[in-house]
Design a protein around this ligand. Structure first.
Ligand code: CTP
Length: 417
């Protein structure tokens, strides 16, 4: 098969296939991995063979597939013990789909087939893509098993919400192959300059209830914060993304906490703050909330004129600045409709953060809601760096470059503490 240079060039990937209907996506995964340069070997549980033909997988992978602990594979170097050979050969193991049963066996350290034995014998990263019915995913046994595996360093991608094997809708659908590949690619990159650094990113527009169906909100999409979180993760950081937006990161190094209100955002941010060395406060936090949201839906004609009594929300950034530990750098953001630089400078001084990114939200180059942005980075040390109109991914790279520079200045060479 012709190989393009890609994210998996020269990577050795073992795909562990379990018995679930999502196994039908495995051929697509193998083809994509090989197109991007990976060498792929496949191991199957006995249940997997009822869902997908080992012969097809052998043809796609270009290697014999592993079905049992006692089947010798002459194409692998070693002493004729497939699980040890696969465990040592792989740069990464992908468990796709990961069934409730295989997750349970992994959590318990059971090694009763080639899949679980290999996973027990390896020191390479393991990424699991769970797929099962919602009740099975939410069952306390599965919750405990997943928490245990995550605590031991197993990485998860998905599951997502959608149509399940039963035809019902719910959480438990396997992540799409593209998301699984993106997560695997993140795990294979060399430790970057932010390895060992914990980063907090906030994103999205907070929402304050008017009644059970309506809210006060803003036009923020949460995309800038998502790009910042992914860029920091690419550079090796462990990222906590506290978000009021619906977007999901593809990196398993980004842990997501979903919130709605300013108060929830503050609480979630303060929970992780003690371990964090860099805060990127990209969220558009609503400044006011309704003093007394209606308990039931307001109806047209209930009152001749509806007046909402608004009171200030908490200032999340102020709470973070107040509680941050010494050496924790804080970057604020400001979206302005006029006098962007002057208002940005005033806000930088008033808020007391280490850097403030001021974005215009007028004219053709508005940062709010779209895929591109521009702005100016104002540093507490007096430097002003222009961020020209570019994709939010590019702008995020420049912002992280500047923040990383500040961290290096402040703490010498970066590295785990
Ligand atoms: N911010 C916050 N909590 C709030 C309001 C704002 O944490 N309740 C943060 C934003 O995430 C951003 C910075 O403060 O990083 C500046 O936000 P902005 O809305 O521009 O500033 P305000 O304090 O609301 O000031 P103004 O209303 O004068 O623009």
């Amino acid at each position: 098969m012709a190989q393009e240079k890609g994210r998996f060039t020269d990577s050795r990937v073992v795909l562990h296939v379990c018995g679930g209907i999502a196994a039908v996506k495995v051929p697509e995964l193998i083809s994509s991995l090989r197109k991007e340069g990976a060498e792929v070997r496949v191991a199957l549980t006995s249940a997997a063979t009822s869902f997908i033909s080992p012969l097809s997988l052998r043809a796609l992978a270009g290697h014999p597939v592993h079905l049992g602990l006692l089947e010798v594979d002459d194409t692998l170097e070693g002493a004729g013990m497939p699980h040890l050979e696969l465990a040592g050969w792989a740069d990464i193991h992908l468990v796709v789909p990961a069934t409730a049963s295989t997750l349970a066996r992994m959590a318990a350290g059971i090694a009763d087939d080639v899949v679980t034995s290999t996973l027990l014998a390896t020191t390479a990263p393991v990424l699991v893509a769970p797929a099962m019915e919602t009740n099975m995913w939410e069952h306390p046994a599965t919750r405990v098993n997943c928490a245990l595996l995550a605590q031991r360093g197993v990485h998860f991608v998905g599951p997502v919400s959608g149509r399940l094997a039963s035809g019902k809708e719910g959480e438990g659908r396997m992540a799409e192959p593209a998301a699984i590949l993106a997560a695997a690619a993140f795990l294979l990159v060399e430790p970057g300059p932010l390895a060992g650094v914990e980063v907090l990113v906030t994103s999205g527009g907070t929402r304050e209830a008017v009644d059970p169906v309506r809210y006060l909100g803003n036009r923020s999409s949460g995309r800038m914060g998502l790009c910042l979180a992914e860029e920091a993760a690419w550079r090796g950081a462990s990222v906590h993304l506290v978000t009021a937006a619906d977007l999901s990161p593809s990196s398993p190094a980004v842990a997501v906490a979903r919130v709605e209100t300013a108060e929830q955002m503050r609480d979630a941010a303060l929970t992780v703050l003690p371990k964090v060395r860099l805060v990127l406060m990209a969220a558009a936090v609503a400044d006011y909330k309704v003093a007394r949201p209606a308990r039931s839906k307001l109806h047209r004609g209930d009152v001749p004129q509806l007046r909402l009594d608004l009171v200030p929300t908490v200032d999340v950034l102020a709470a973070i600045l107040d509680k941050r530990r010494p050496g924790c750098l804080v970057v604020g953001f400001a979206a302005e409709t006029e006098d962007v630089r002057e208002r940005g400078l005033a806000k930088l001084a008033r808020k007391g953060c280490d850097m403030l990114v001021a974005n215009p939200v007028f004219g053709d180059h508005s940062a709010m809601g779209g895929d591109s942005a521009e702005g100016i980075a104002l540093m507490a040390d007096g430097r002003e760096i222009s961020l020209p109109w570019a994709s939010k991914e590019e702008v995020a790279k420049r912002i992280i470059d500047l923040a990383q520079g500040l961290l290096e200045l402040d703490q010498g060479v970066l590295g785990p503490e």
